[in-house]
Design a protein around this ligand. Structure first.
Ligand SMILES: Cc1ncc(COP(=O)(O)O)c(C=O)c1O
Length: 357
């Protein structure tokens, strides 16, 4: 598919950030964006790169009222060799299409998605920051735009990709976070939309996260909706627990988002000869293990932080320290390995890294 290009006028170009150490996540955006329209009967059409800016949407657009919105999050990394790298982008594209199907939105041709995204990034390559740990965050999204107030799947959609330069997640080493085990609110139930990256899941998570923040915690650890018993995920990360020699993470049974970092961690840890189990893990088992010293490490995995070590878990008013409050050995090894692959510094046999320039 031919991508139409409307370049920003010189006077429309924004000033690029001078201080890369102070980039706040998702605050500034590049000069251009990718757009494409969908109409029932006609399919996807008019892929285009245009100057970044507002778009006009009918106040009756169905996505605004009934939440037909999905998105993705991945990053472009600049290597020391000036290579521009993506990490497993086809997995994000496939997950986007799975999210779309779950909320009755049309899927995209993965090749068109990849081509549009790569072309936009290459056009904006001067926006990819250079300092260690920085990257260009990529946010593809789709919204139902048909103006109609009856509840049914829309017949018109807008797909767009915007880009935002982001700073290093960790400025002074990898600081372990304090998490609060949420036993009142739930994020997603089996049979619901938890495994889709759809806006409503994030709205559902806000109140618990705000309450936890007020109590001094970084994130909420979600338990399963039916029993409030089994650990699921944390904020925008999947969770891993190392109990003695077993590395455990929640299975992808419908309520948890299948993270690409999660999948990479499972693969690496198995290749390093350790046992990884995808199984239901009761919070009581985690707390018991923490109490008697068998909980060796706990960490979250996600695109934003890669690996986020957990230093403290609070459950039913009791605080439990994990790994002595410092980053564990496996967390550190995983972090180094994945970041090394992402920035083109480490060889990898998996084909995860994709160079686009
Ligand atoms: C709810 C949720 N879980 C887990 C993840 C981690 O997924 P990934 O490793 O693909 O970034 C994310 C981030 O996308 C998320 O939003």
């Amino acid at each position: 598919m031919e991508i139409r290009l409307i370049k920003a006028m010189p006077e429309q170009l924004k000033k690029k950030p001078e201080d890369e150490s102070n980039l706040i996540f998702g605050k500034i955006f590049t000069d251009h964006m990718f757009l494409m329209d969908y109409d029932e009967g006609r399919g996807w059409h008019d892929p285009r790169i245009v100057p970044y800016g507002d778009f006009s949407i009918d106040p009756a657009a169905m996505g605004i009222h009934y939440g037909q919105e999905i998105f993705e999050g991945l990053k472009a990394y600049r290597g020391k060799d000036d290579g521009i790298y993506l990490f497993r982008p086809m997995d994000n594209i496939e997950r986007f299409n799975r999210s779309a199907s779950r909320v009755c939105m049309p899927i995209l041709d993965p090749e068109v998605f990849m081509e549009g995204m790569s072309e936009l990034i290459l056009m904006e390559k001067e926006w990819i920051p250079k300092n260690q740990g920085t990257s260009l965050y990529i946010r593809p999204a789709m919204l139902a735009t048909e103006p109609h107030l009856g509840v049914r799947p829309a017949r018109k959609y807008l797909f767009f990709i915007i880009l935002s330069p982001v700073g290093a997640y960790y400025k002074e080493g990898l600081n372990p976070v304090k998490i609060y085990v949420e036993d009142k609110y739930v994020r997603a139930a089996l049979g619901g939309t938890g495994e889709a990256k759809t806006a409503g899941n994030y709205a559902a998570s806000l109140l618990a996260a705000e309450e936890a923040k007020k109590k001094g915690f970084t994130q909420v650890l979600w338990l399963d909706a039916a029993h409030r018993k089994y650990v699921e995920e944390v904020g925008t990360m999947n969770m891993f627990f190392v109990v003695e020699k077993e590395v455990i993470t929640a299975p992808l049974s419908g309520s948890v988002l299948g993270g690409i970092t999660r999948d990479s961690v499972i693969r690496l840890v198995r290749d390093w000869g350790m046992k990884v189990t995808e199984r239901s893990l009761a919070i009581d088992e985690v707390i018991e293990a923490a109490k008697d010293g068998r909980l060796i490490e706990a960490f979250g995995t996600g695109t934003a932080a890669v690996i986020s070590p957990v230093g403290q878990i609070s459950y039913k008013g009791e605080d439990h320290v994990v790994s002595g409050g410092v980053m564990g050995e496996l967390s550190q090894r995983l972090y180094n390995e994945i970041v090394g692959i992402q920035y083109g510094e480490k060889e990898e046999p998996y084909g995860w890294r994709v160079r686009i320039n």
